[in-house]
Design a protein around this ligand. Structure first.
Ligand code: IPM
Ligand code: MG
Length: 368
């Protein structure tokens, strides 16, 4: 077999259940190295609260430079109540936001797919969610998350004022919309763009710029505009009307959490955060489950590693062009679900409960 060039993954397990779920990905990377003659190099380091506890900062410069240099980052989760009182600029979440912003990972792909084995795990009726396959493309480096001015300041009457600023430029909007249109072409060819153009100027600009890009370059893709509050409602009423949803940073944060619950569990959904192609055609990328650090269940083997494992499958697909391996891994996950193995979050009657590491190992034996 031909050995491919060594490619480095940086694993940042983070906090809470992060180390457990990323640990299962590590097992899978090692399996690919051994059995598929792939030669992935693994580096692992601290981020989030774990880094704050040791170094007083959510991400050290050293780790940040490693992130700049690796092929792809696999992140677990950061944060937890333990760091509630930490000063804002040092909170665990700042590690994540710094990586997104400084690596320019502007397009966040969050698929919401309802696995047929788990239709009953959704709180919605089976006919509403079965066969669901939506891709949310969230803008990740702009909008109110990063806009200036921001802060909390005292005002004259002795009160305080909290300020955040929602801004977008033409290029920020069009580069993420382009990702959405390109994805739609490989799917059902339909994009729904969401904003609040009825209330916010930046929302109106969003709508106009998406439309302009469409008319210039993507006339063959169906485009609809929808107000974000209506989108939240339609996601519950009739989610299968959507194919690709493109929206800003804050609406994308909320709509993707909402969409994820249509599928039954946050523990199943991966995400990819992608930057622009560089001159060698490479992209910077970070892959992470969309769930949080779930400190309440950390360290007990209760976490579902599937979202992180599927995030690794996205890394194989989008960063390494290893579609065959990604398909195999996704199929292995399906196979394990077919066999009735479930972590606690997706357990239902007649199914067998397994731990985090048993789930990881079962997926590996399906790969064999
Ligand atoms: C997400 C998370 C993050 C966000 C937090 C942890 C900063 O909710 O990735 O959706 O708000 O973007
Ligand atoms: Mg979120």
């Amino acid at each position: 077999m031909i050995k491919v060039k060594k490619r480095k993954f940086l694993l940042l397990p983070g906090d809470g259940i992060g180390p457990e779920v990323v640990g299962e990905v590590k097992k899978i990377i090692q399996w690919f190295n051994k059995n598929k003659s792939l030669d992935f190099e693994i580096d692992e380091d601290l981020a989030g609260g774990a880094s704050y506890d040791k170094y007083g900062t959510p991400i050290t410069d050293e780790v940040f430079y490693k992130a700049l240099e690796c092929e792809a980052i696999i992140l677990g989760a950061v944060g937890g109540p333990k760091w509630d009182d930490v000063e804002f600029s040092k909170k665990p979440e700042r590690a994540l936001l710094k990586l997104r912003k400084e690596l320019k990972l502007f397009a966040n792909l969050r698929p919401a797919i309802c696995f047929k084995q788990l239709v009953d795990a959704s709180t919605l009726k089976p006919e509403i969610v079965s066969g669901l396959d939506i891709m949310i493309v969230r803008e990740l480096t702009g909008g109110i998350y990063f806009g200036e001015p921001r802060g909390i300041k005292p005002i004259d009457n002795g009160e305080r004022k909290g300020i955040n600023t929602h801004t977008y430029t033409t290029s920020e909007i069009q580069r993420v919309a382009r990702v959405a249109f390109d994805l739609a072409k490989k799917r059902k060819n339909k994009v729904t763009s969401c904003e609040k153009s009825n209330v916010m100027e930046a929302g109106l600009l969003w709508k106009e710029e998406v439309q302009e890009l469409h008319d210039k370059e993507f006339k063959d893709v169906e485009l609809n505009h929808m107000l974000a509050d209506n989108c939240a409602m339609q996601l519950l009423r009739n989610p299968k009307q959507f194919d690709v949803i493109v929206t800003d940073n804050l609406f994308g944060d909320m709509l993707s959490d909402q969409a994820s619950m249509l599928t039954g569990s946050l523990g199943l959904l991966p995400s990819a955060s992608l930057g622009a192609k560089n001159k060698d055609g490479k992209i910077r990328a970070m892959y992470e489950p969309i769930h949080g650090s779930a400190p309440d269940i950390a360290g007990q083997g209760l976490a579902n590693p599937i979202a992180t494992i599927l995030s690794f499958a996205m890394a194989l697909r989008y960063s390494l062009d290893l579609d065959k391996e990604a398909d195999a891994l996704e199929k292995a996950v399906q196979g394990v679900l077919d066999e009735g193995l479930r972590t606690k979050d997706i357990l239902s009657k007649g199914m067998k409960q397994v731990s985090t590491s048993e789930m990881g190992s079962a997926i590996i034996s399906k790969l064999q």
